[in-house]
Design a binder for this molecule. Structure first.
Ligand code: SF4
Length: 117
């Protein structure tokens, strides 16, 4: 189950084909252990040329295009990378309710921080 969760959380557009073909082959409530048929996942993934294990554990380089790069959530990728480097050194970031960290959201989404309504 963890391998499937990793695959779907990092998967590209091919993940939707796997979900749809699983559905067409009777998969239902697969996140429940008693319903999980991993052999069926492997069979369908094989037909789609998807290597679940490989994709679930694939390492991304900093410059790689990520599967979720097409989703505009406003945060600058360079800011995320800087946060990643800080996290490796166990350096925390002050929450933006306290101080703007210039993550890009307000600029990119043309919004502003609202602390209360
Ligand atoms: S105030 Fe806006 S730009 Fe600043 S850290 Fe918060 S979300 Fe990002």
């Amino acid at each position: 189950m963890s391998q499937l969760e990793a695959y779907f959380s990092r998967g590209d557009a091919n993940a939707s084909a796997l979900i749809y073909d699983m559905y067409k082959n009777g998969a239902y409530l697969e996140s429940w252990d008693e319903n999980l048929d991993f052999n069926l996942y492997e069979k369908i993934a094989g037909k789609l040329n998807i290597d679940i294990e490989k994709e679930a554990s694939r390492e991304f380089d900093v410059d790689d295009k990520l599967p979720w790069d097409d989703i505009n959530y406003g945060v600058d990728k360079s800011w995320l990378y800087a946060e990643y480097e800080k996290a490796k050194k166990a350096v925390s970031t002050v929450p933006c309710e306290v101080k703007c960290n210039n993550c890009g959201v307000c600029r990119n989404l043309k919004t502003r921080k609202v602390l209360s309504v």
